[in-house]
Ligand binder design. Structure first.
Ligand code: PCA
Length: 202
């Protein structure tokens, strides 16, 4: 099994991003699964470039995109990506698209093909706060999720893919902010990868 995990650079007023910090902790974490990681720019027009290259060359069985949602206090398993760019703030090169389509002529939305309820159950068992979220927003995270699912659909690829939003990590949060220790975030992601790899091995 090959698994591509992506994270994001810091953006807007934050100087850290747990989805970036967790990447180096994931390599060789899951027996039977070859994990590649990729750090993505928070740039609407460039975010999919390296993902596409990695899908074509590494040929993953699973793609899991990770990003920060600082208003969430649980691991958020995103159900759906919608065909809209509607930025609440500028991306990292100053673009701020409003009401634009991600793919002109593309379908309105794609559902995640990751086993979200299985992930939810695996994390609940370990008492890690988690839920299935019905919006990935309309900023760069939704954008990459849409692009990836669209590319997989268009090319009929045997890949399951989706997006998971992370809370702030304790190490970066102010005292009054909701957050999760980086080690717990790492454990959560490893458990989810393990659950899909184990299923494939059986
Ligand atoms: N979160 C942003 C983009 C990068 C990230 O980590 C989002 O939720 O769209």
């Amino acid at each position: 099994m090959r698994c591509l995990i992506t994270g994001f650079e810091p953006f807007l007023e934050r100087s850290e991003n747990p989805s970036m910090d967790v990447l180096p902790l994931l390599k060789n974490e899951v027996v039977g699964c070859e994990i590649e990681t990729l750090l993505l720019p928070v740039i609407f027009d460039q975010v999919f470039d390296d993902v596409k290259t990695m899908i074509d060359t590494f040929k993953p069985d699973i793609v899991i995109h990770l990003g920060l949602a600082e208003d969430r206090d649980k691991i958020a398993l995103e159900r759906v990506a919608i065909n809209i760019k509607d930025a609440r703030g500028k991306d990292n090169i100053g673009n701020c698209p409003i009401d634009e389509k991600i793919v002109i002529g593309g379908q309105p939305a794609y559902f995640s093909s990751l086993p979200l309820r299985k992930f939810e159950a695996v994390l609940r068992q370990e008492n890690i706060p988690v839920y299935v979220s019905n919006t990935a927003g309309t900023y760069v995270c939704n954008n990459v999720m849409y692009h990836t699912l669209h590319y997989i659909a268009q090319n009929n690829l045997p890949i399951i893919a989706g997006f998971i939003h992370l809370p702030l990590m304790k190490e970066q949060a102010k005292e009054d902010e909701k957050a999760m220790p980086l080690q717990e975030i790492k454990k959560a992601i490893s458990l989810m990868i393990q659950s899909v790899c184990t299923k494939a091995l059986n």
